[in-house]
Design a protein around this ligand. Structure first.
Ligand SMILES: [Fe+2]
Length: 119
């Protein structure tokens, strides 16, 4: 969340190494997920139709940011991307075991990583 009390909080003494950048991207993803959680809580907590619409739109933009950051993370760390793919494959195998047919992406209402986050 915001920490504007210290105007120098965003200053850094040097550029990050690649490993530090990867860690920073993971932290950015966590921040986006937290933002989605908070915006969604606010959508659920109000009956004002305009507020619901605006905040839900912002929430969904945060989901797109998760997708961007996950793509960047996979690009920066292909080994981690392999682990993500391994997890995806494990769930697909479980779907097969349960005889659940996976819908093609075109039939899904949203096909972002954020769409997996509870609505
Ligand atoms: Fe964002």
């Amino acid at each position: 969340m915001a920490s504007f009390a210290n105007p120098f909080a965003g200053n850094v003494p040097r550029k990050m190494t690649k490993e530090e950048l990867i860690q920073a991207i993971r932290l950015n993803i966590a921040g986006e997920l937290e933002a989605i959680f908070v915006y969604d809580a606010h959508v659920q907590a109000t009956d004002d139709p305009l507020a619901k619409k605006v905040i839900a739109d912002i929430r969904d933009e945060e989901k797109a940011h998760v997708g961007e950051l996950m793509t960047l993370l996979r690009w920066l760390d292909p080994e981690e991307a392999d682990h993500f793919a391994e997890g995806e494959q494990e769930v697909k195998e479980m779907l097969d075991q349960l005889n659940i047919v996976e819908k093609p992406l075109s039939e899904k209402p949203e096909s972002t990583v954020g769409s997996l986050i509870g609505k």
